[in-house]
Design a protein around this ligand. Sequence first.
Ligand code: PMP
Length: 411
Amino acid sequence: MPYTYANSLKLFARAANVIPEGIYGHQNPAFVLPGACPYFADRAQGGHFWDVDGNEYIDFQCGYGPVILGHNHPEVEAAVRAQMNKGSCFNHPTSLMVDLAERLIPLISFADWAAFAKNGSDVTTWAIRIAREFTGREKIVMAKGAYHGSHAWCTAYPGGVLADEKKHVLSMRWNRLEDFEKLTSDFQNQIAGIILTPYHHPTYAAQEMPSDGFWNGVRRICDREGIVLILDDIRACFRLDLGCSHHYFNIDPDIMCIAKAMANGHPLSAALGRNRFRDAAEAVFFAGTFWSAPGPMAAALTTLSILETTDAIPKMERLGKRLQSGLEDLGKRHGFNVTVSGPPALPYLTFDDDPDLYHIQSFCRHMISRGIFLHPHHNWFICAAHTDDDIDVTLETADIVFLQVRKELDE
Ligand code: PMP
């Protein structure tokens, strides 16, 4: 029986009374599939989660990325609980903050320092301010369609944002070195930093890998023009490589932001940088009441050890490849041209001819109602707790669902 969502809808009606939008931001149901997906979660274990109607899903969203080893991982949760028994929020950092910085710096080959916060937006905003402080310049370059957080300088949504807050943010097309070249000549000696994701993962569109020479070209232009190169690796980081994406793609950044896939779902972000930016980092006030909380740091230390000592990272890549080729083959067999783009551990499917997104929405609606949680508009995430059985079930379900989509289109 396809799933129904009566309890989600009831809870949403209550939420709408007392919370702006009921559910806001990226978790708003309108961003997924209103009426055709769960709105509220109840619990999760390994690679699966259950919604408030008791429906079980293979979870290919993993909390939008942070869950890398699987939900409720026993060793990670034991480390967090052990810390929480000592207290959860102090007047001072604990030794775990130093341990974690010391742990991260050898992993991230270019980094000499690390600092911690909670959200990705905290560290991307700090990084662009460091670039401004370091260079004494105002402009920041970002890619069109890129997401660097919800803060005013980078949000795509106009509500409450002053034109002044965007005035110094310039945009280029991701992968288009000629756009960056043009900006450097249009705004000579005015660009403080460029912030880019290691590969392009826009919403509502296929992902794009870096073309040959793109990253070397960005580095070369930054060196020539004195521009700080900030890598926003918040989404992928340890999911691709124990050295994060800069190692995977051979990128040479100045400052890097990471968050998801670091503490297995516990709230933690970090910025890492080279020594020459340390004075600028010290000059930009950086603080948050909860940022040095030790629980997530204990989670991160344990998560990193498990990533280092198990086959978690290659396993995610292998399962992602199975999903990728399996879905592309099935799509073809059902007469659809589909592409699964991005790195295998963070795949995303698009129908090649789908201008109004009807195909992908129909596909995901049927997959979700059969227990496979696939987001129609945002890349998916494989975690190390997913199994070959999960991939088999997903592909068997997709075989039925492609047929349903075909029927729906023919009607
Ligand atoms: N940068 C990237 C690449 C992201 O994927 C995200 C979150 N989706 C952010 C920044 C912002 O992170 P947060 O939502 O934790 O503020």
